[in-house]
Ligand binder design. Structure first.
Ligand SMILES: [Zn+2]
Length: 305
C-alpha cells in the first residue's frame, strides 16, 4: 500500500492542495510570550496546539504543519531543551495526527537552525557534521512519530536547505517539501534570497538536492510576489511547486506585530499564484484560519487555463 506521503505526491498531479496558515501568530494570541519556547507548548499546552490544527482543518487545509519549526537541537538548546528533540517533535506529530482525518496530511515542519556549518565562510559557527546531525535527528523524530511528509521551510541560506534536504532524504523515506524565504527588492523589482539567489536558481538547487516539492514561503512580498517567484521557478524545475506567503508586511502597532493583508485581500492574490503553477498553497506569518478559508474558496473554483 502506498504511504500517505506518496498518495499526496500522486494527488498533486491533478489537484491543488491547501496548506495551513501561521502557527506562531495564533500561539501568541493564545498566550505564548516572546522568549518562550513554542515547541515546549507541545508538552505544556497540547490543547492550544490541537485547536490551531483543528481550526485550519475546518477552514479547508488539506495539510497541517506540526509545531516543530524550531525543533532542531541547536534551536532547542537556546532554551536549555537540547536533549528534548525526540519527544517534543513526537508530541507535535501526535497532536496533529489526533485531529487529522483520512485524506488530509501532517507535514513535519523543519525550520532554520539559526546557525551555519563551518564550511560556509565566514559566518559558519558549527562543525558540518554536527550541523547535518541536527537535521537528521529532527527528521527521524518526525518520521518515526508518523509525519506524512517533511516541510523544510523559511530557509534563508541555500547551503542550509541543501544539507537539511539531504539529511532528511538519507534518514527517512518521506516526501520532502523545501521552501525558501525571498526578499523583494523594490528598487530593482526582483526577488532574491538573502544570499542573492534568484527563484530559478533556488528551484534548480532544491531540486538537485533531492526535494520532491519546491517553492517559497514567508518572505517580504505577500501573494503578489509569490506569484512572480512561482512563475520563475516553473521554468526551472519539473517538481510540484508550493507557495505560502505572509499576510502582507509586518508592522509594529502598540508593541504587537500585525500584518496588513486581511483574508479577502490576501485571497485575491491566489488565482495568480495558481495560474503561475503552484500546486500547494497556504499562508505564513500573520495569517489565520480566516485567511485559509478565503484561500481554500479560491482554490475550489480555480481551473487551469
Ligand atoms: Zn512566515
Amino acid at each position: 500500500m502506498a504511504s500517505r506521503g506518496q498518495e499526496l505526491l500522486e494527488r498533486l498531479r491533478t489537484e491543488v492542495l491547501v496548506l495551513d496558515g501561521a502557527m506562531g501568530t495564533l500561539l501568541f494570541e493564545a498566550g505564548l510570550r516572546g522568549g518562550d519556547c513554542p515547541e515546549l507548548w507541545n508538552e505544556t499546552h497540547p490543547d492550544a496546539i490541537r485547536e490551531v490544527h483543528r481550526a485550519y482543518l475546518e477552514a479547508g487545509s488539506d495539510i497541517v504543519e506540526t509545531n516543530t519549526f524550531g525543533g532542531t537541537r541547536l534551536k532547542l538548546a537556546a532554551y536549555g531543551l537540547g536533549d528534548r528533540v525526540r519527544d517534543l517533535n513526537r508530541l507535535a506529530v501526535e497532536i496533529a495526527r489526533s485531529v487529522c482525518p483520512p485524506g488530509r496530511y501532517v507535514a513535519g515542519s523543519i525550520g532554520p537552525t539559526g546557525h551555519l556549518p563551518d564550511t560556509v565562510e565566514p559566518l559558519g559557527d558549527v562543525p558540518l557534521e554536527e550541523f547535518r546531525a541536527n537535521f537528521t535527528e529532527q527528521a527521524v523524530a518526525l518520521a518515526e512519530a508518523g509525519a506524512d511528509l517533511l516541510a523544510i521551510e523559511t530557509m534563508m541560506v541555500p547551503e542550509e536547505a541543501q544539507i537539511a534536504i539531504r539529511a532528511a532524504r538519507e534518514a527517512t523515506n518521506l516526501p520532502i517539501m523545501c521552501t525558501m524565504f525571498f526578499k523583494y527588492g523594490r528598487e530593482k523589482g526582483i526577488d532574491r534570497t538573502l544570499w542573492g539567489s534568484s527563484p530559478a536558481e533556488v528551484a534548480r538547487f532544491l531540486t538537485d538536492a533531492g526535494a520532491d516539492i519546491v517553492g517559497c514561503n514567508c518572505g517580504e512580498g505577500g501573494p503578489d510576489r509569490a506569484a512572480v517567484i512561482i512563475r520563475e521557478m516553473r521554468d526551472a524545475t519539473t517538481r510540484p511547486l508550493a507557495a505560502y506567503p505572509n499576510a502582507g508586511l509586518p508592522r509594529l502597532v502598540d508593541d504587537r506585530t500585525v500584518y496588513d493583508l486581511p483574508p479577502d485581500e490576501m485571497a485575491a492574490g491566489y488565482p495568480a499564484i495558481l495560474d503561475a503553477g503552484a500546486r500547494i498553497v497556504g499562508a505564513c506569518c500573520g495569517s489565520t484560519p480566516a485567511h485559509i478559508r478565503a484561500i481554500a474558496a479560491v482554490v475550489s473554483v480555480w481551473r487551469p487555463r
